[in-house]
Each structure stands twice: as structure tokens, then as C-alpha cells.
Design a binder for this molecule. Structure first.
Ligand code: PLP
Ligand code: COI
Length: 365
């Protein structure tokens, strides 16, 4: 393959759904259950990316000894494409996802993929499966790139062969109850990531390790788990698959605060965008450490008025209640807050093309 041109072979699926079948599937969108007609597959071997292909979405063939199945060399990303008022389609900050994908790859001793090829793969897939891009506000086409190690070898060492796959899923609300405040459980029994670990990589193992804590949160009657730092078990890090923001009202100013990046939490692209968007709305934005005790005290004192979580899949989701062993507190009366909803509206307006893209975040497909 001439990797300089990044051409992908396109083999259209022989079994594309009819317009009626597709419309049926898109009429009741949730998150992550419906997949489009095609996917991109690009193998890596002999130290280089090989000819990539866009072909029918379907099962992958994998050797049972493939090292990703045993030792977890597996990373992924998530970003979204939005229908635009002029009939076009744009993706939100896909280069940032490509760059984070490569940082994850590096951490897991996997090969990096040229960001140009990552973008080309997404653009080609979206063009071919254009009919799957939802038109409604709040809906989008979710793109899921991933890379797995495919060497059929049981020795523990980085694989020599990999597979990059990118597929797409039309998506509605991430949480079944829509944009309603979620209840969160602060995990004391489990930690997500320790210094020097893989916390800032988007690798499959981080999610596997989180599931038991998420199940515990649900047993406690909560929707999501909140992680604390592994060393002091005191500082708030992030939520299951989202970053957290805390809204303060201080002497007439609205200040939004998010835990600073310490190497153990995922540097969210929505998080990074909201830090900039907040300033456009006249809010102050801060990245700093925040303890559970401060969270409790600041709510009790009325200084902290809202809490919300953000991420690609969930966009912006209000947090209405926080629970841990020995305490529970409601936030903003368990209702959606005005700052949370203003930021959500501002972000969605840029993504759906109803507000100008002053930051240059949107990528034309
Ligand atoms: N934190 C975790 C653990 C995540 O899985 C995600 C989702 O990607 C985020 C935060 C939010 O990141 P982003 O805004 O880039 O989707
Ligand atoms: C995303 O928001 O894109 C995520 O990856 C979070 C979750 C679905 C794992």
C-alpha cells in the first residue's frame, strides 16, 4: 500500500437495508445498539499499515490465540457526526480523537496510525453510510474506531500484527431516561487508575476493571460510579465514561471547575471544549483538584449550585444526587440546572450547525 495516499478499497455491502428497514431502526434510537451497513478495516503488519478496506459490517475473523484476547492490547475512541442545516455532515473534533487514539496506542505499545488515515477512514465510512446520519437534534452518528492486537502468539510481548476497525452507530440519548439528572455513587472500594497506570489511555482494560464498581453503584440505587484518586482516596477524578464539572456561584460570577488532569483520568475532548465554551458564555473555567469533603461542604454552603458530567456519548448530563457510604446529598433540588443546560445547548448548537463554529471544531465530511 502507498500509505502516502491512504486510499481505501471500497466493496459495497451486498445486503444493504432497505429505506423502510433503516427508517424502522432509526425511529427508536438509543445508544450503541444499531450499526450501519459498512465498516473500515485496516491491517498492520511488517511494521506498516496495509491496504485498508471499506466493506460490509460484520463479524471479524480472529485466531483464538490473538494476543488482544489474552493480554488486552485493545484501544478505542468515540466521536460523532452531525447532520447540518445545509444537508451536509460534519464531525466534531475528529483530529483530537485521532491524536488521543495515538497516545493510547503508545501507552499500550501499539503502532500509531497517521491521523490523516484515521480521518479518511471516518469520512469514507460516513459518505457511504450517509443515509444513517440522524436528522434530529440530540441524535448523531457515533463513530467507534478501535485497534486490537492480532498476533497468534501466547508469549507476553507487544504484538507484531494489529487490526484497525472503524464502524458507526446512529445514536440517540446515552441514558435511557434522556436528559434527566443522574444519581452517582462515590466508589470507596475500587479505584479506576493509579499514577503510572493506564488511566489517561482509552484502553479496553480500564472499562473491564470498572464494571464491578459500576454494578456496585447500581446496587446502591445509583446510575453511575464516581472515581476517587488511588493514592489519597480523596480527590474526585471522573465518572464511569465521563468527566465531571462543578458549578460555583461566587460573588456574582459563575465558575465551572473540573478536576485537573493528573495522568489518571481521561482527558476528555468534551471537557476540553467546555473549558473554552464556558468563557464564550461569560463563565470562568478552572481546572483544579477537588476533594469529596469540599464537594459536600460547598453544596451544603450553597456555593456549589450544579454538577454535571460530560462526554461524547452522553454529551452533558446533570448530576442530581451524590451518595457514598454515610452520606447522600441532592444537588440543585435534583433538577437540571441553568448553567448545565446553557452549556449543553451551546455545544449542541455548534455541533448541529445552528450556531457559528467560532473555534473551528467542526470537520466537513
Ligand atoms: N472519561 C472516560 C473514562 C471516558 O470513557 C470518556 C469517554 O470517552 C470521557 C471521560 C469523556 O471523553 P470525551 O469527551 O472525549 O468523549
Ligand atoms: C464516549 O463517550 O465516546 C465513550 O467512549 C464513553 C463510553 C460509551 C465508553
Amino acid at each position: 500500500m502507498t500509505t502516502s495516499t491512504f486510499n481505501l478499497l471500497v466493496t459495497p455491502s451486498a445486503t444493504i437495508l432497505s429505506d423502510a428497514q433503516r427508517a424502522e431502526r432509526m425511529s427508536k434510537l438509543t445508544f450503541g445498539r444499531t450499526f450501519t451497513d459498512h465498516m473500515v478495516v485496516i491491517p498492520y503488519r511488517d511494521g506498516t499499515w496495509q491496504q485498508g478496506e471499506v466493506k460490509a459490517y460484520g463479524p471479524l475473523s480472529l485466531d483464538p490465540s490473538a494476543s488482544s484476547l489474552h493480554y488486552g492490547q485493545a484501544i478505542f475512541e468515540g466521536f460523532k457526526a452531525f447532520a447540518q442545516p445545509d444537508g451536509g455532515v460534519k464531525t466534531f473534533r475528529p483530529e483530537a480523537n485521532g491524536e488521543r487514539f495515538n497516545r493510547s496506542a503508545k501507552r499500550l505499545a501499539m503502532p500509531e496510525i497517521p491521523v490523516e488515515l484515521f480521518l479518511k477512514a471516518a469520512d469514507e465510512l460516513i459518505c457511504l453510510d450517509r443515509a444513517w446520519v440522524p436528522q434530529n437534534i440530540g441524535e448523531s452518528l457515533y463513530l467507534r474506531p478501535l485497534m486490537i492486537a492480532t498476533d497468534p502468539y501466547l508469549g507476553v510481548r507487544p504484538s507484531n500484527e494489529y487490526l484497525f476497525v472503524l464502524f458507526a452507530s446512529p445514536a440517540g440519548a446515552y441514558f435511557p431516561k434522556g436528559v434527566k439528572p443522574v444519581t452517582v455513587w462515590i466508589s470507596e472500594d475500587y479505584v479506576r487508575a493509579a499514577p503510572g497506570g493506564t488511566g489517561e489511555a482509552k484502553c479496553a482494560g480500564n472499562y473491564a476493571a470498572s464494571l464491578v464498581a459500576q454494578a456496585q453503584a447500581q446496587e446502591k440505587g445509583c446510575d453511575q460510579v464516581v472515581w476517587l484518586d488511588a493514592v489519597h482516596r480523596e480527590y474526585i477524578e471522573e465518572m464511569g465514561g465521563m468527566n465531571l464539572f462543578f458549578v460555583y456561584q461566587e460573588g456574582g460570577k459563575t465558575v465551572i471547575v473540573t478536576p485537573e488532569l493528573t495522568g489518571t483520568l481521561l482527558p476528555g475532548i468534551t471537557r476540553r471544549s467546555l473549558l473554552e465554551l464556558a468563557k464564550d458564555l461569560g463563565f470562568e473555567a478552572q481546572e483544579r483538584k477537588l476533594t469529596v469533603q469540599q464537594w459536600r461542604d460547598d453544596i451544603a454552603a450553597g456555593r456549589m449550585t450544579e454538577v454535571f458530567a460530560c462526554g461524547t456519548a452522553a454529551v452533558i448530563t446533570p448530576v442530581g444526587e451524590v451518595k457514598a457510604n454515610g452520606f447522600e446529598m441532592r444537588i440543585n433540588n435534583g433538577e437540571n440546572g441553568p448553567v448545565t443546560m446553557a452549556l449543553r445547548e451551546a455545544l449542541l448548537s455548534i455541533q448541529h450547525g445552528s450556531a457559528p463554529d467560532t473555534h473551528g471544531w467542526m470537520h466537513t465530511v
